[in-house]
Structure formats: structure tokens, C-alpha cells
Design a protein around this ligand. Structure first.
Ligand code: CIR
Length: 256
């Protein structure tokens, strides 16, 4: 069963993004270039059939363009997360009024639980939740309890190295996982058809299935070819400036 997405929410990058959190060691992002790349990202979402709500840049939060982390948009409810990085935690306040325009049921992860939705991957009606430096046990358990109220399920996946679960894993529907690094030998993911991403193309493990298309970051030809050989249509997008802040394609939008 394939999901169909009809909407997306994005937030424009702010000038202060140059001070965003990072471990990438790829230098500071170029803000003007990031804006251009973000505009192209929006166009591609539209080409994939999504109605895109574009939120204004929020200069108070350098990482706020990575909007995926602040909410989980399910088929039945939206969950406002409690982002685990202190410099990002306040981002959650800006998303609630926006989601009220789309959802009647809105839930929240609260202290002492922390959760970044980059740690949450949906497969059919089941949510895999990474336990990471950003998402703790309490946050994951709160999310599982919330999901159960809506006949949805969740389970925890401990992370060792990756920033977020979806840094190294993407579900491409049709029982197919793009998988890399520490997840390759995790028995939890054995049951899937797997497209293994080579170590030197690790960044492309965060690719994004949208309505039959797979958005792939530009410059990762081997992974793009593997995805095409598995039967998918791909669309390359240059997100080099967001990569400098550890952000991937999924991080830049909420899709529902
Ligand atoms: C951060 O460290 O929080 C941002 N610089 C990158 C967030 C990436 N988000 C994601 O993987 N969902």
C-alpha cells in the first residue's frame, strides 16, 4: 500500500543558518545559494503533486529550516515534538498554530521526553523511532502511547553513530528500504527489500519518496543508479548548503 501525500510545509532558511548546528566539517553554508536550493526544493515538491505551505524564515532559530524535526504529521493526528537540542527546542512553538490549520487532533511530547521527528520513520502504520542524542527513551515511549490511541504502532531503534534514524534510512514504500551504515546489520530491518548505500555515498541514504518519485541529493550517482535499478523514478536536487549543517532532503519539509 503506497501512501499518497497531498501537502507539505516548509520554512525558508534564515540568514542566521550559517550558525546552525553541525558536525559536517564542510564549511559555512552560503545563504543566497541555500535560498535558491530551497526554492528549487519547493518546486520539486509541487511537481510531485504537493500543495506547499511556505513559512517565513525565523531568525531566532538558525536550524529552523529543518522543519521535519519539530512535528510528526500522521494520517490521524499531528504530534508536536520536543526537540532534543536546546538551541532548537523553541522551534516547536512556531509550528503549533500552523498545524491547527490542518489537524483537529494535535498531541505533544513533553519534558522529560525529547524527540526529533528526524528520528521517526513510517512504514505503513508502524513508526520506527530512533533513540539518539536528540530522542530519549521517554520521548519515544510518549510517542508510542500517543500512536496507540489512534490505532498506530511504534517501536524503538537504538542508534550508535547517526544523528537521526533517517540520516541512514529511508523507506521508499513497496517494502523497500534505502539503508546504510549502522543499520545494515540490524536484524530489525532484515525483512525489507534493501538498497544498501555505500559508505562513501552515506549522505544519499536520506532520500525521499514522494508519490512515486524518489528525490535524491545531487552528486550521488551510484545510489541514484541503484534506486533506478530497483524500479523508481528519481529526481536529483542540489542541497549542498543544507548538507553543511547535517540536514538532508527529508529534514526540509513536513509531508502529509
Ligand atoms: C541539527 O543538527 O539539528 C540540524 N543542523 C540538522 C537537522 C537535520 N534534520 C533531520 O535530519 N531531520
Amino acid at each position: 500500500m503506497n501512501r499518497i501525500f497531498s501537502k507539505a510545509i516548509v520554512r525558508k532558511p534564515c540568514r542566521e543558518m550559517v550558525n546552525g548546528l553541525t558536525t559536517a566539517e564542510l564549511g559555512k553554508p552560503d545563504y543566497e545559494k541555500a535560498l535558491e536550493q530551497h526554492n528549487r526544493y519547493i518546486e520539486v515538491l509541487q511537481e510531485c503533486g504537493l500543495e506547499v505551505t511556505v513559512l517565513e524564515a525565523d531568525s531566532e532559530f538558525p536550524d529552523s529550516t529543518f522543519i521535519e524535526d519539530v512535528a510528526l504529521c500522521t494520517s490521524k493526528c499531528a504530534v508536536i515534538t520536543n526537540p532534543g537540542a536546546s538551541s532548537r527546542n523553541g522551534e516547536k512553538l512556531g509550528i503549533k498554530p500552523v498545524l491547527k490549520g490542518f489537524y483537529t487532533s494535535i498531541e505533544e511530547i513533553v519534558h522529560p521526553g525529547t524527540l526529533d521527528a528526524g528520528d521517526v520513520m513510517l512504514v505503513d502504520n508502524h513508526f520506527y523511532i530512533g533513540i539518539s542524542a536528540r530522542t530519549n527513551q521517554d520521548g519515544a515511549e510518549q510517542l508510542i502511547n500517543i500512536l496507540q490511541k489512534y490505532d498506530l504502532t511504534g517501536s524503538k531503534v537504538p542508534l550508535k553513530e547517526m544523528l537521526h534514524l533517517k540520516t541512514g534510512l529511508s523507506y521508499l514504500e513497496q517494502n523497500t528500504l534505502l539503508i546504510s551504515g549502522e543499520f545494515v546489520n540490524n536484524t530489525v530491518f532484515e525483512k525489507f527489500r534493501r538498497i544498501v548505500v555505500d559508505k562513501n555515498e552515506q549522505y544519499a541514504a536520506n532520500s525521499l519518496w514522494i508519490n512515486g518519485n524518489v528525490l535524491v541529493p545531487k552528486g550521488f550517482t551510484e545510489t541514484k543508479n541503484k534506486i533506478e535499478q530497483a524500479g523508481y523514478k528519481t529526481i536529483e536536487i542540489d542541497v549542498s548548503e543544507f548538507r553543511k549543517l547535517d540536514g538532508g532532503l527529508s529534514c526540509l519539509s513536513l509531508r502529509f
